[in-house]
Ligand binder design. Structure first.
Ligand SMILES: Nc1ncnc2c1ncn2[C@@H]1O[C@H](COP(=O)(O)OP(=O)(O)OP(=O)(O)O)[C@@H](O)[C@H]1O
Length: 610
């Protein structure tokens, strides 16, 4: 899902929105209570050490030059403070030592501030990452299907890392505001006129700087989109590696990737250019303020000592102003990313599978579909229309039908990935949605279409369905699936790495590993969705016999295009364009030449006329 980039906010609104987004995110990823006050206290203490230090540096110069009277001629409350200080410090060496001490204190405070800020920031990132990951696993499957993988990767893998940056920007904004307040208080204590003049001129510079907010925010949105596009290309290359090579599309894909990569460079450069402008522009702006203050001080006949102190304070005020501007601009720049994390974490606009409340430990009678209609989304046609049929417990039910008839959709509904749009699915006469989800899923196992192997070892893959499966159980499942001998022959045997999606195995070996994964659970209800399509007929037969032996008396739902392989099923459900066109024992369906099953089987096995 691409974020809407048209709703560009005005700079002030963008900053406010970013702060609001951060505020909401901090509720999701709460901070230790002490964190913000402590960071602010450390920041202010460090600024206090700096302002006092500057005043003492001036005193040091006056003492070193033997011009103590200059210190005492400084105006305002600061002048009074300097007069007191001349009573305490009798030599320039003493003053220099205290200044040095203040510099060390300031450094220590800044160090503590950075450490605590990093500690808290990483903590927020971790919580946010975990929450987004949990959101992916707990929202409805359809939500996941509506978003493209690159977007989901971008939010989880990149954007969640920005929250700590946003938080440290927020603390920097607060601390630099406090520091600016402190510097201005010192300045005010020196001369009201100079302070008013400096504040007015600084406001003009600041307003100019904030004009950079809008392009930075636009570029921030650009970065988000460009990263997403780059992510799409990366995923396509990694996931489609075999297809790309098989069709000799390397050049095309490389060119597309380079295009997206160049776009990423352009946007990142644009952002770097704007960011690089902030520092020199602020510096020049505030130097102009300094010159104005000096000129005005001369015009107003303000003494040399007072002007010098004011200039020193204003000069050191500059980094704090710069920090404030940079942090505000950064907030405006990452607002789109903060918004997308917040939207991802929002719960009210998403559906969650219901946990269910009815206990279920075994199947007794049947699973029944009654007048079930299902649409994947409001705009698409119904994948199932008014479907009614039974899956008897303890029997083999075969689900047959042409491609696109709705077979996998039925499995999706049984797995609770989606809910029926109309009608009802009942398990032993209880609505499937009311059953405790984990208990119901604990009775099932599935192998076949869309149930991928994961990158890892043979054992990792089998344990996906039963984390605590013993080695003995795993070996037994591999034997039933007809793959134990092949695995035994591998150099690392059961610890062999199977490659991405099992690419180090053949198609049939992958399917048998998938079967072993389902079998190891010894499920009450086993669903095989084209789970043996890559096996030859005799291997399929022997694996099927082994499974039936192992799971004797359990329920089996078999989906296959090989009609002849369903002849030994107890019950057959025949689907055609989302509707049940026939249902019953294979012999009964075969006897009726009007249904699709019978027609196809006769054609497929050359039985016509028998
Ligand atoms: N995630 C989805 N979103 C939208 N439509 C879908 C989705 N999955 C399947 N469909 C549509 O639902 C219909 C039934 O698909 P389904 O996968 O259930 O068929 P199938 O009988 O299992 O086919 P096949 O034998 O080819 O696997 C098809 O028209 C298909 O295009």
């Amino acid at each position: 899902m691409a974020e809407n980039t048209d709703d560009m906010k005005r700079p002030r609104a963008a900053r406010r929105a970013a702060l609001a987004e951060l505020w909401r995110l901090l509720k999701v990823a709460p901070l230790p209570r002490w964190a913000t006050p402590l960071l602010i206290a450390l920041g202010v203490a460090s600024s206090l050490a700096e302002t006092v230090g500057i005043t003492l540096v001036l005193l040091f110069f006056y003492l070193a030059m033997g011009q103590v009277e200059l210190a005492t001629s400084t105006s305002g409350v600061l002048g009074d403070a300097l007069r007191h200080a001349t009573g305490w410090f009798h030599s320039s060496t003493e003053t220099a030592l205290v200044v040095l001490l203040l510099i060390i204190v300031r450094g220590a405070l800044a160090f503590a501030n950075t450490l605590i800020s990093a500690h808290v920031g990483e903590q927020i990132n971790e919580v946010a990452r975990n929450r987004v990951h949990l959101q992916y696993l707990s929202t409805s499957y359809s939500f996941f299907q509506r978003h493209d993988e690159a977007y989901l990767m971008e939010v989880l893998g990149t954007e969640t890392w920005l929250i700590s940056g946003a938080y440290s920007s927020l603390t920097r904004i607060i601390v630099s505001s406090c520091s600016i307040f402190l510097f201005l208080s010192f300045l005010l204590a020196l001369s009201v006129k100079i302070t008013v003049m400096a504040v007015a001129a600084s406001m003009v510079v600041s307003a100019g700087m904030r004009h950079l907010s809008r392009p930075m925010q636009q570029l921030g949105s650009g970065v988000k989109l460009v990263h997403q596009r780059l992510g799409e290309h990366m995923l396509m290359t990694l996931q489609g590696m075999r297809t790309i090579r098989a069709y000799g599309q390397e050049k095309v894909h490389q060119e597309r990737f380079e295009g997206a990569s160049a776009e990423a460079r352009r946007v990142a450069l644009g952002l770097a250019r704007l960011s690089a402008l902030v520092s020199p522009l602020t510096e020049v702006g505030y130097l102009v303020v300094l010159c104005l203050v000096i000129a005005s001080a001369n015009m107003w006949g303000i003494g040399f000592a007072t002007s010098l102190t004011a200039v020193a304070l204003l000069y050191r005020l500059q980094p704090h102003m710069r920090e404030l501007e940079t942090s505000l601009l950064y907030m405006a720049q990452i607002e789109p990313q903060l918004r997308s994390i917040r939207l991802m974490l929002a719960k009210d606009d998403k559906e969650y599978p219901k946990p269910g409340h009815l206990a279920i430990s075994r199947l007794v009678d049947k699973i029944s579909f009654r007048n079930v209609t299902f649409r994947y989304d409001a705009r698409s046609d119904s994948a199932l229309r008014d479907v009614s049929f039974d899956i008897p417990v303890g029997k083999i039910t075969a689900l047959v039908g042409a491609s696109g008839a709705g077979k996998t959709t039925i499995v999706n509904l049984l797995l609770g990935l989606y809910s029926a749009t109309e009608g009802c699915i009942r398990v032993d006469d209880r609505p499937i949605g009311d059953l405790r989800r984990t208990e119901w899923l604990g009775l099932l196992a599935i192998a076949g279409q869309d149930v991928d192997l994961v990158e890892g070892t043979v054992i990792d893959n089998v344990r996906m369905s039963k984390n605590d499966a013993s080695e003995e159980e795993i070996l037994d499942a591999l034997r039933v699936a007809g793959i134990s001998e092949m695995v035994e022959a591998l150099p690392d045997k059961y610890n062999s790495w199977i490659g991405q999606h099992g690419t180090r195995f053949s198609g049939g070996q992958r399917q048998r590993l998938g079967l072993a994964r389902a079998i190891v659970r010894k499920p009450e209800f086993l669903i095989l969705d084209e789970a043996m399509s890559a096996l030859d007929r005799s291997l399929e037969e022997s694996v099927k016999r082994a499974i039936q032996q192992q799971l004797n008396g359990r329920t089996l739902l078999l989906i296959t295009h090989r009609l002849e392989s369903v002849l030994d099923a107890d019950h057959v459900v025949c689907l055609e364009a989302g509707r049940v066109c026939a249902e019953g024992a294979p012999a009964k369906l075969l006897a009726d030449s009007s249904n699709v099953f019978s027609r196809n089987l006769r054609v497929g096995t050359g039985r016509a006329g028998h």
